[in-house]
Design a protein around this ligand. Structure first.
Ligand code: ATP
Ligand code: MG
Length: 583
């Protein structure tokens, strides 16, 4: 939660991310730099009006060179020039603002888009162990909010910062030409501003990282409650969840108030420091006018410069403070992106077109967390095309065993071989492609039934979808739905019954036609009659495919060749199944 990454590392990482857009960003910067000459020109008409129209001093030398000699003679002509200058300077300023605005949004939004996509891609690739320990809300927050830092840091931070620095330099230079003492006073406040910025910057950064963490946990509660709303209602826990939410939200609120307080006090001190500088400069300026070192017009011009000079100084200080939120975000995303997958692909991983299905577990052990080993030293060998029934009491480690086979996790020790090659030597995508999986907890996407079935083989023909649905005994219930195969199933498939969901996920596995089948209690939610007909259809499907099927009912296992018995993470037996042997 606290600052762990040095600023240097963070900045160079951010710069790396910005490189593809360096052309656009340079454009914004150059356009922005125009504000320095524009700011320098702004008080000029006032000086002409006061000193040369009202007073009788000559216009500044560079203007004399630009204007016709006649203009110098007539005060009304000079006034006209001053007025036109006001308009020209204002319109140039607006044009520049317009250009910056358009170019910044264009670049900024594209930056965010591509960065979000990158973070999303990375998050999807991160292993299940990462997601087991980080909430979905946290992942959402990083993609939705934190990723936007890639726009804020350059466009609302770096660039205005550089622009302000440039303007500041120009103003100090010009002010020093007119009256160096006033320029010194103006500069004198800079160290104070610098110290202020550093101290409050640190505080803000620390606080921001806490607040972001709190915000994630509030969203986490909302998400959890709405995904499990049925449980919440069934147990009447609305008030409890409300209290939990309010508690987290109030931490979050206090955090934000504290941030506002730090920010506002910082603003206050910055403004007061600046006011002090202006007051001293005014004092010196007036005495200089009195003693004739400065003209009144020059004093007005220098005061206008000072007002503008403090503008950039204020920008620089405040930007540094505002940037803390974005830097915190950047730090969070950077840590995430640096997190390698726990299931890495080796540099020269082998491709795998279609596996034969020979599986060997060699002294495999596994632990989700180091304290508790879930699977102990397991060894077995499965010939291609064998149907393996896995049995064992709940929590024995059956699902875990199959999680290792699909490489959702890598074994803590030992080796798993597919067709004689360690799983870790295959390309991950190729390996996963070998399996059609029905998970214990059937998960559907909030789209149509047809799309859910064809999830593993997008773009397949409609007849194939229907055939798969028939095989999984789902066709009959689907055609009775109002929209048939176009029926929307709702988030995670909530609009369907448990058995219907299970049959759709079976159909999805059937359609994939992978050489290996993994079925984790595929018929646990259907009645015995439906189960019997699914088991019969599976018979054709399992032919020639290595199949692992977890089931508690013997009826589901009747077509299996061998039975793996697991108890408390230990492999007890690998034996032929009697029912089939007898059949
Ligand atoms: N993601 C996880 N993180 C930590 N521990 C886990 C995780 N998944 C499972 N476990 C633990 O591993 C053990 C084995 O779980 P597994 O899911 O393999 O059991 P199972 O045999 O499939 O049980 P069931 O028949 O109930 O599905 C359990 O004690 C469980 O608590
Ligand atoms: Mg299980």
């Amino acid at each position: 939660m606290t600052q762990t990454v040095s600023n240097r590392v963070l900045y160079s990482w951010i710069l790396g991310k910005l490189r593809p857009f360096s052309f656009h960003l340079t454009g914004i910067l150059l356009l922005g730099l125009l504000s320095a000459p524009l700011a320098l020109l702004t008080p000029l008409p006032l000086k002409i009006a006061v000193d040369s129209v009202i007073g009788s001093r000559p216009v500044p030398e560079f203007l004399q060179a630009l204007l016709p000699a006649a203009a110098m003679e007539s005060t009304s002509l000079l006034l006209g020039i001053a007025i036109v200058l006001v308009m020209i300077i204002a319109s140039l300023g607006q044009l520049q603002g317009f250009g910056i605005c358009v170019l910044s949004s264009y670049t900024g939004e594209r930056l965010i888009m591509s960065f979000r996509a990158q973070v999303f891609r990375h998050m999807q690739r991160l292993s299940l162990s990462y997601h087991d320990t980080h909430s979905a809300a946290e992942s959402i927050y990083r993609i939705q909010h934190d990723a936007a830092c890639v726009k804020h840091i350059p466009i609302d931070g770096f660039i205005p910062f550089l622009r302000a620095g440039f303007t500041l330099f120009g103003m100090i230079y010009i002010t020093a030409l007119i009256d160096w003492q006033m320029a010194m006073v103006a500069l004198g406040v800079s160290p104070i501003l610098f110290i202020l910025t550093r101290t409050s910057g640190r505080k803000l950064r620390k606080k921001w990282s806490e607040v972001k963490y709190m915000e994630t946990s509030t969203t986490g509660i909302v998400q959890e409650v709405f995904t499990a709303l049925r449980v919440v209602k069934a147990f009447g826990r609305e008030d409890y969840e409300q209290a939990r939410f309010t508690r987290e939200a109030s931490h979050f609120m206090r955090g934000h108030i504290r941030l506002a307080f730090i920010g506002a006090s910082f603003d206050f001190f910055v403004s007061m420091t600046i006011a002090l500088g202006t007051a001293v400069a005014l004092l010196i300026g007036v005495s200089h006018v009195r003693s004739g070192i400065l003209t009144l017009g020059e004093l007005l011009m220098v005061m206008a410069y000072l007002a503008q000079l403090y503008g950039p100084l204020e920008t620089i200080s405040k930007k540094v403070a505002e940037m803390q939120a974005s830097l915190t975000s950047a730090e969070r995303v950077m840590t995430l992106l640096k997190q390698g997958p726990d299931v890495p692909e080796r540099p020269h991983a082998r491709p795998l077109a279609r596996a034969k299905g020979h599986v060997v577990f060699r002294n495999v052990a596994f632990a989700y967390d180091p304290e508790r080993t879930v699977l102990h030293n397991s060894s077995f060998e499965i010939e291609p095309g064998t149907r393996v029934g896995i049995v064992g009491t709940t929590g024995a480690g059956k699902t875990t065993l199959l999680n290792l086979l699909t490489r959702f996790y890598d074994p803590t020790s030992g080796q798993i071989l597919l067709d004689g090659v360690d799983l870790r030597d295959y390309k991950v995508a190729d390996l996963r492609n070998q399996f059609a999986v029905v998970l214990q907890d059937p998960v559907l996407f909030s789209t149509s039934i047809a799309e859910n079935i064809s999830y593993g083989r997008p773009g397949c023909r409609f007849e194939e979808i229907v055939a798969a649905a028939k095989a999984a005994n789902a066709h009959d219930f689907i055609v009775h739905l109002r929209d048939g195969y176009d029926t929307q199933v709702g988030e995670r498939g909530v609009r369907l019954s448990g058995g219907e969901r299970q049959r759709l996920s079976l159909a999805r596995a059937f359609l994939k036609r992978a050489p290996m089948l993994i079925l984790d209690e595929p018929t646990s939610s259907v009645d015995t009659k439906t189960e019997a007909s699914i088991v019969d259809t599976m018979e054709t499907l399992m032919r020639g495919r290595t199949t692992f099927i977890i089931a508690h009912r013997l009826s589901t296992l009747k077509n299996c060749d061998v039975q793996l018995v697991i108890e408390q993470g230990r492999l007890l037996a690998l034996e032929p199944i009697m029912t089939r042997a007898m059949a």
